[in-house]
Design a protein around this ligand. Structure first.
Ligand code: TRP
Ligand code: SF4
Length: 404
């Protein structure tokens, strides 16, 4: 697969933490659903990643896996448009992790911010383990395995995509060198013809000297158009733009998932650990109950007291769910004590229940039919393994491991 096609590949993963909530839906899953129509998408359940912190009690992982896949499917991640699988069922990830560990300096792992942060945060656990230190490298293997050019992640995971880029660069630098690489690349340039050769050299220079990413893109597009150079030459010239040898593992870019604007029931960010969430597949009655018992502006004790929406978590949800007219009605009605809080909450309950209706519909098909869910993951696994084996074959060859 050429470096250009890798721009069409998206890979992302999620730890199995159990049922998802509306924060996940608005933040991550709606984005995945959109991406699956634009790119070739691989989405996987990172059960090995869960073990890096839950090794002492893995009992909940299996149930979490099923709950999470059904949430993905309910949200509209579509097995016809994307590949969904469980990490541990594609053991090739472990082999790539091992091989990459050979070239990974310890210092790179130790200085990733999440390493110290998480150890601090999860004080009660002993995270001074080999697996925990190496988990960003496992993530590196997850990404490079599919030669994914784009990786949707939240801001907290950008440093992991960054180390992935560094490892890919190091790998290509060490193993992408063929004898006579430079000479071969130079003669390939000549084969493109005078005009294209000159353009290629200018773009290469602009990228190497000024880090101009547009020049990189243009140079890649130029190579893609060339009819009169061989596939091997084309690959060589992709690598040559960036200065190194042949690109075996392309460097991915993070696709930053916009920070979820979804507030929880208490006005803080919606999160499982704050217990302020509405489940993605929460039953309508339970949604209504949770909204009705939400705290409002603490100054608004009696129905006749005017309130201030900015001090009320209910307003935060209106900002996500309500149209301009409704928001106007809330602001005016709240500040003048013209509406009561229950009244104010009613359109919100309706909007959330309405949003969830198609999710429940889709989930229904899977909830009572575990075989269907298994077969989706089975198919995903086969497809993922084919792609994974392709990459591993190249990696093994580059590292001198293709015995015959
Ligand atoms: N580490 C990610 C998290 O905790 C999950 C993950 C594992 C992932 N492998 C990945 C995300 C590869 C993107 C790409 O959320
Ligand atoms: Fe909050 Fe609405 Fe009550 Fe105002 S009227 S305090 S915005 S719930």
């Amino acid at each position: 697969m050429s470096s250009v096609d890798s721009q069409q590949r998206v890979l992302s993963g999620m730890r199995p933490t159990g049922k998802l909530h509306l924060g996940h839906y608005h933040g991550v899953l709606k984005n995945w659903v959109k991406l699956q129509h634009e790119f070739e998408c691989f989405f996987f359940i990172a059960d090995w990643h869960a073990l890096t912190t839950q090794y002492d009690d893995p009992s909940g992982i299996e149930q979490s896996v099923w709950d999470m896949v059904i949430d993905w499917l309910a949200a509209g991640v579509n097995p016809g448009s994307s590949t969904m699988f469980i990490q541990s069922q594609v053991p090739e990830h472990a082999e790539l992790h091992l091989l990459l560990s050979m070239i990974t300096p310890l210092g790179w792992l130790e200085r990733i911010p999440t390493y110290k942060d998480q150890q601090e945060k999860l004080r009660e656990k002993d995270l001074a383990t080999y697996g925990f230190l190496g988990y960003p490298l496992l993530q590196t293997a997850d990404i490079l395995m599919y030669r994914a050019g784009r990786v949707p992640v939240g801001a907290d995971q950008v440093s992991h995509v960054e180390i992935t880029r560094e490892i890919a660069r190091r790998f290509n630098h060490i193993y992408g060198r063929e004898i006579g690489f430079e000479e071969q690349a130079e003669s390939a340039i000549v084969k493109m013809g005078k005009k294209n050769a000159k353009l290629y050299r200018t773009l290469k220079k602009r990228y190497q000297e000024e880090g101009d990413l547009e020049a990189l893109d243009t140079a890649r597009a130029l190579l893609k158009e060339q009819q009169n150079i061989s596939l091997g030459d084309r690959e060589r010239l992709y690598g040559y733009i960036e200065g190194g040898g042949k690109i075996i593992l392309p460097e991915p870019q993070p696709l930053l998932t916009p920070e979820s604007k979804m507030p929880g029931l208490d006005g803080q960010k919606m999160s499982k650990s704050y217990n302020n969430y509405i489940g993605l597949r929460e039953a309508p009655d339970s949604v209504a109950q949770k909204i009705r018992t939400m705290q409002t502006d603490p100054q608004r004790v009696r129905r006749t007291d005017p309130g201030e929406p900015e001090k009320c978590p209910v307003w935060g949800l209106h900002k996500v769910y309500s149209d301009e007219a409704t928001k106007e009605w809330v602001e005016v009605g709240c500040r003048s004590a013209g509406i009561g809080c229950l009244e104010c909450k009613a359109p919100l309950i309706e909007a959330i229940v309405e949003e969830q209706r198609p999710l429940h519909e889709r989930a229904k098909e899977y909830e009572g039919n575990p075989d269907l869910v298994h077969s989706i993951l089975q198919e995903g696994r086969e497809h993922a393994r084919d792609a994974a084996r392709d990459t591993l074959e190249d990696v093994r060859a580059a590292m001198g491991l293709s015995y015959r």
